[in-house]
Design a binder for this molecule. Structure first.
Ligand code: SF4
Length: 516
């Protein structure tokens, strides 16, 4: 039975987009794309429907002349070889060979046309992958521990839990009209591999003694998110057993759906409801919905490794290794990707894993095969032993393709990292993130050095510039970085960062790291 959309009669003023969503469920646009727009072409798509294309996982690409970008959701970032090959083939056939790894472990294509979508959807579905609801006001890609199942630092393998929650919410019309986007993470890794604090709902490793037995489960954190008003997720006083994860996720999402704000788009994320209600009231409402919940146990998050894994590392399974590759600013071509799929099949466990730092892991490599894998030509550029600054550079899409961007980011981030690697010697890896507008897809707030695109006026007109913020970190001491005074012209960024890092190098006290 369909649920009652209680906000429609709540008396709350609704923003314009809510009326578009009331006229048509975002999921209906997928059928219209397949049956109609793919045949009638770009010019035939009504504007309202174009805004609903997000539910199909696609956005219009800049400059809105008929091309689209598409995100593919990947549970925990873990793909099998058949899935990886299908993704590479789609990039070759339709996406001009370009593949971006996003900060939510998705693969993003560019240059797609609406005529291509039915075949892309079909190719994805054949291998159990979807772009549906990778964007839009709905539960999006569920991020997780890319090392799930092979991780010496996880309390339990969370692969099937992420799949279970994903399968419940994907294309579920009871949850396809939320007030705004909704992001979940589920990980049992002790070093916060899924960046818990910046999700609407995050499950992190915990244990609790219940009836004399130590039970492995999760703690829940709610209301995290970035953009112009960033919030760190706050801990709910609950302990969640693995078999209750889905129930909790349904409860939290239901409260957001029914009580989240729908008046202003920029004030609609769950974080604003949590900020007003507080976690205690939220928990009361959750227990009214779900019945009594177990109180917290003992946290098992020990630190934060920012989802970086470069190098060769032993797995939980004796004699096997995973290899963390650097994908400079998350961009690779389809041939490189397909070569990685071949390596995964020939030498590894047949898995390719994407990380929230926009990188890729190969896994299941036996000790005796490691050297052979390291000699593969594709690992020359996608190296497991990257230079320091290139290894820690993250960038959003920027104005090359994104309609919301104020400045170019991706190529600039790559050039800045290259410059710093050539000019600065440092025994520490500093994380540098670029974003092209306040929406923060490149997660600027959690970087050691975060750069946000802006414009400055000069005698020759407006030019690209950046606000610079320092000191972001997640994990037990989580905090967002703080913006420094002044705005730096785009061309001056390499020199300014060089000076900033050298000042730190010359003045740091013993054992101090950049985020201290
Ligand atoms: Fe586009 Fe802004 Fe997101 Fe960058 S941060 S991809 S510019 S919306």
């Amino acid at each position: 039975m369909a649920y009652e959309p209680i906000w429609m009669n709540s008396g709350e003023k609704l923003n314009k987009f809510e009326f578009v969503k009331m006229q048509k469920d975002g999921l209906d646009v997928i059928r219209d794309i397949i049956e109609t727009y793919s045949k009638t072409g770009y010019d035939s798509i009504p504007e309202d429907d174009k805004t609903l294309f997000k539910w199909a996982g696609v956005y219009e690409q800049k400059p809105k002349d008929g091309y689209f970008m598409m995100r593919i959701r990947i549970n925990s970032g873990i793909l099998n070889v058949a899935q990886a090959r299908a993704l590479g083939e789609i990039a070759k056939l339709y996406g001009r060979d370009l593949m971006d790894v996003t900060t939510r472990q998705a693969i993003q294509y560019h240059w797609l046309r609406v005529e291509d979508f039915p075949d892309i959807f079909k190719r994805l579905e054949e291998v159990g992958l979807y772009s549906y609801e990778a964007c839009g006001d709905c539960p999006r890609t569920i991020v997780g521990n890319p090392l799930a199942g092979i991780d010496p630092d996880e309390l339990m393998d969370t692969t099937s839990l992420v799949d279970e929650v994903n399968d419940f919410f994907l294309m579920n019309r009871d949850f396809s009209n939320l007030p705004r986007k909704y992001k979940m993470s589920i990980s049992s890794n002790k070093f916060n591999n899924a960046n818990a604090e910046i999700n609407d709902l995050a499950l992190t490793p915990a244990v609790k003694v219940i009836d004399g037995q130590e039970v492995i489960g999760f703690h829940a954190h709610i209301g995290g998110g970035l953009s112009a008003k960033p919030f760190l997720a706050r801990k709910l006083d609950v302990f969640v057993r693995p078999d209750e994860v889905l129930k909790l996720a349904v409860g939290v999402t239901t409260l957001f759906r029914d009580h989240g704000y729908r008046e202003k788009r920029h004030h609609a994320r769950l974080k604003f409801l949590i900020n007003d209600w507080g976690v205690e009231k939220f928990l009361e409402k959750l227990e009214e919905l779900l019945g009594p919940l177990e109180r917290s146990g003992e946290d098992r998050t020990e630190g934060w490794q920012a989802a970086y894994f470069d190098g060769v590392h032993p797995q939980a399974q004796e004699g096997l290794n995973y290899i963390g590759l650097n994908v400079p600013v998350g961009r690779l071509n389809a041939d490189e990707w397909l070569q990685l799929a071949d390596i995964a099949e020939i030498y590894g466990d047949g898995r390719i894993r994407t990380t929230m730092s926009q990188n890729i892991l190969l896994s299941g490599i036996p000790n005796e095969k490691v050297d052979e894998v390291l000699e593969q030509p594709v690992l020359e550029r996608l190296t497991p032993f990257p230079k320091h600054f290139m290894s820690r550079s993250v960038s959003c899409t920027g104005n090359e393709f994104c309609n919301l961007a104020i400045v170019e980011t991706k190529e600039r981030a790559r050039r800045v990292a290259q410059y710093l690697d050539e000019h600065v010697q440092l025994d520490e890896k500093i994380r540098i993130h670029f974003i092209g507008c306040p929406n923060a897809c490149g997660q600027k707030h959690i970087a050691d050095i975060g750069l946000q695109g802006a414009l400055v006026k000069t005698p020759n007109g407006m030019i690209d510039a950046f606000d610079i913020a320092v000191g972001g970190i997640l994990g037990p001491n989580a905090r967002f970085n703080k913006t420094l005074k002044g705005r730096v012209k785009g061309d001056d960024v390499p020199l300014v960062l060089e000076q900033l890092i050298l000042f730190y190098k010359d003045n740091r006290i013993e054992d101090e790291s950049f985020h201290d």
